[in-house]
Each structure stands twice: as structure tokens, then as C-alpha cells.
Ligand binder design. Structure first.
Ligand SMILES: Cc1cc2nc3c(=O)[nH]c(=O)nc-3n(C[C@H](O)[C@H](O)[C@H](O)COP(=O)(O)OP(=O)(O)OC[C@H]3O[C@@H](n4cnc5c(N)ncnc54)[C@H](O)[C@@H]3O)c2cc1C
Length: 336
């Protein structure tokens, strides 16, 4: 366990906001968590658990304790016919995990290639991309109760997975530290290429092997999204809004070209980036806070923007989308 006092959070968030935390604790094992949460060690509240800080916007200094689980290790737990159960520690870099699976011929997470952050955050966020969500392949989650240090296992159906949501972000927020995630994957390649032009691009460059799917997705992502190591950002700032089918039809008539997708919930999903771009925000910059020039859904920090400045810009964007389309955008990034 490593305890840091009054430390800068700049290396701990991909927006690269320069604020500080009163205490930051890097924990290496479930045992250390047991000691912390079981009362063996006093720490100041509020408590915030972070992974790679790639979905967070710090609005100012954090006057409590930030806990960063650094549990490592990827293991094959069980073979069950073509299925394989693989587990990974919360601190394992998510894309490192995906690469490990792809290199080992294990299918199921290749469409989630290139998403920044930790494996521990994948169930919290129910991360998703290119037609796949983490909740589709998570078997169970092992977590530690932050009030007494006890261990609890959540089966998939207990996690409340929904679009970029789970119970760990909802009713149980802050109550559990995710320590290890178990995935049900497959030794048989089951390509899922139905999203947008993915199939076309994969087939253009070769066969639908796990490696080719991963490389195609990494190329797609690099061409569309800014690299946080070059320019501070946290990916999509807002969620794609869900509206009724009737509202979507009306909007499509008024705004030809508006991208509308069918959602499993029976509602229609609208591309938030298109709404923001239509309101003239793409490429706009206010001081060091800005809207990315290639993807209007991504807000960026050109260098020294504060979290407050990025938040204020996001609120202006939200207001203009509300006025133009009567749609209230919901933040995907978590404001701290
Ligand atoms: C360039 C870029 C592209 C992105 N693309 C995508 C994308 O395609 N799809 C997508 O879904 N997301 C995307 N994201 C968002 C982000 O990568 C994910 O949300 C990711 O899961 C966040 O992981 P993290 O470890 O950085 O979590 P953090 O940002 O540190 O934390 C996120 C939340 O999870 C909680 N948390 C983290 N670890 C734990 C733990 N061990 N136990 C309990 N709670 C925990 C935190 O308290 C917080 O509520 C992108 C971000 C960037 C910067």
C-alpha cells in the first residue's frame, strides 16, 4: 500500500486537470482493502475509487481520499466446452487485457479494443463499442464492501447492466470496490461485425480473425478520437440520448441526415455528436477548453483548462442542444 498526501491528480486523469487530492492510496491486494475498510486504518472522507481516470472530470481539489486499486494478473480459470472463463485484476489495463485475449485466440472482447482505463471500471461503466458491451461477456464480479471490508461476488444478472450503467454507478455507488472481474469468453472465433462499416473494413483488409478485427478497430479509433496522451480528454462527454420512436421520426423530418438507431429498449438512439455539431460547436475553443475538431462529442483540454472551465463549456453545449432540439443531453463523463 502506498499513501500519498496532497498529491497532484494530473497524472491520474486523462483530462489532465491539475488539481490535488488530500490523500491518495494505491492498494495492491484485497487484504489491504480489508485493513482499510475494516477500520484498521483511518482515512479522510469522502472516498473515491479510481482506475485510469479516463471517465472523470475533476471540478476542483478533492478534499478526501482517493483509492486506486492496483490488483494485477490475468488467469484462465476454467474451460467449459468452447467457453473459457478468464479473470483479470481491477488494476489491469483494459486494452492490455483485450490484447492478451486476442493473442491467445480468445474471442469476446476484441470489439472493445482501444478503450482506455482499467478492467475494474469496465463493469462500473458497462463499457461498450462497436456493438459489444462488457456486460455481454462478464460472468461475475468480485468486490470488497467499502463499509466493512467484506467480500461479495456479484453474478452478471445482479450487476444491473444497462447502457453505460450498472448498479456500481447507481444504487451501490461507492459501496463496493471491484477487485477482480471474471469473463465468459470463447475459444471459438465468433466475429461480431454488424456495427456500421466494421464488416466492410475488416473484409477489405483481410479475414475476420481476432487480430484483424482488433487492428481495424484500433485504426478506426485512432482516426476519430484524440489520444489522451497528446491532448487531454475523456472520450465521449455525453451519452447518445434515447427518445421515443415518434419523437425520432419528427426530428428526422425536420433535420434530414440526423443519425437515428434502433435501441434494444424499443426506443430510438440519436447521435449526440451530430446534435452538438449541428449547433455549431465542433472545433470551438474557449481558452484552453474546447470541442474536438474531428468529433464534436469529445471535449478537450488544450493544456491548462480547469475542470470548472470544461464543465462550463459542457453546460453551454447542453443548453444550446436543448434549445434547438428539445433534448436534454446526459453526461457520460462523471463530474467529481
Ligand atoms: C479517448 C477515450 C476513448 C474512450 N472510448 C470509450 C468507448 O469507446 N466506450 C466506453 O464505454 N468508454 C470509453 N471511454 C471512457 C472510459 O475509457 C471508460 O469509461 C473506462 O471504463 C474508464 O475506466 P477508468 O479505469 O479510467 O475509470 P475511472 O475514470 O477512473 O472511473 C470511472 C468510474 O468507475 C469507478 N471505478 C473505477 N475503478 C473502480 C473499481 N475498481 N471499483 C469500483 N469502482 C471503480 C469510479 O469511481 C468512477 O465512478 C473513452 C475514454 C477516452 C479517454
Amino acid at each position: 500500500m502506498r499513501i500519498l498526501k496532497n498529491t497532484s491528480l494530473k497524472p491520474y486523469n486523462t483530462f489532465r486537470i491539475d488539481c490535488s487530492a488530500r490523500t491518495l492510496i494505491r492498494v495492491k491486494s484485497i487484504k489491504e482493502c480489508g485493513l482499510l475498510f475494516g477500520g484498521g486504518l483511518k482515512f479522510s472522507k469522502p472516498l473515491l475509487i479510481i482506475g485510469g481516470g479516463s471517465n472523470l472530470l475533476f471540478s476542483g481539489d478533492f478534499n478526501g481520499t482517493i483509492l486506486k486499486p492496483e490488483f494485477t494478473g490475468i488467469a484462465v480459470e476454467e474451460l467449459d466446452g468452447n467457453d473459457v472463463i478468464v479473470s483479470a485484476g481491477a488494476g489491469v489495463n483494459w486494452d492490455g487485457f483485450v490484447e492478451w485475449c486476442v493473442n491467445g485466440g480468445i474471442s469476446g472482447v476484441e470489439n472493445l479494443s482501444g478503450i482506455p482505463g482499467s478492467t475494474g471500471a469496465a463493469p462500473v461503466q458497462n463499457i461498450g463499442a462497436y456493438g459489444v458491451e462488457a456486460g455481454d461477456v462478464i460472468e461475475k464480479v468480485v468486490a470488497v464492501n467499502t463499509t466493512d471490508g467484506s467480500k461479495r461476488v456479484f453474478r452478471n444478472e445482479e450487476c444491473g447492466f444497462a447502457y453505460r450503467a450498472s448498479i456500481f454507478k447507481g444504487p451501490e455507488k461507492g459501496n463496493y470496490l471491484i477487485a477482480r472481474v471474471f469473463f465468459r469468453l470463447s475459444m471459438k472465433n465468433k466475429p461480431n461485425l454488424d456495427y456500421g462499416s466494421l464488416r466492410e473494413e475488416v473484409m477489405r483488409t483481410g479475414k475476420p480473425t481476432l487480430k484483424n478485427i482488433r487492428e481495424t478497430i484500433l485504426r478506426f479509433r485512432q482516426s476519430k478520437l484524440p489520444d489522451p496522451s497528446v491532448i487531454g480528454n475523456a472520450g465521449s462527454f455525453f451519452k447518445n440520448p434515447l427518445v421515443s420512436k415518434m419523437q425520432a421520426e419528427k426530428l428526422s423530418i425536420k433535420y434530414p441526415g440526423l443519425p437515428v438507431y434502433n435501441d434494444l429498449s424499443g426506443r430510438s438512439k440519436i447521435a449526440a455528436g451530430w446534435l452538438i455539431e449541428h449547433c455549431g460547436w465542433k472545433g470551438k475553443r474557449v481558452g484552453d477548453a474546447g470541442v474536438h475538431e474531428k468529433q464534436a462529442l469529445v471535449l478537450v483540454n488544450y493544456g491548462y483548462a480547469s475542470g470548472k472551465e470544461i464543465f462550463e463549456l459542457s453546460e453551454e453545449i447542453r443548453l444550446s442542444v436543448l434549445k434547438e432540439f428539445r433534448i436534454g443531453l446526459e453526461r457520460e463523463v462523471e463530474l467529481i
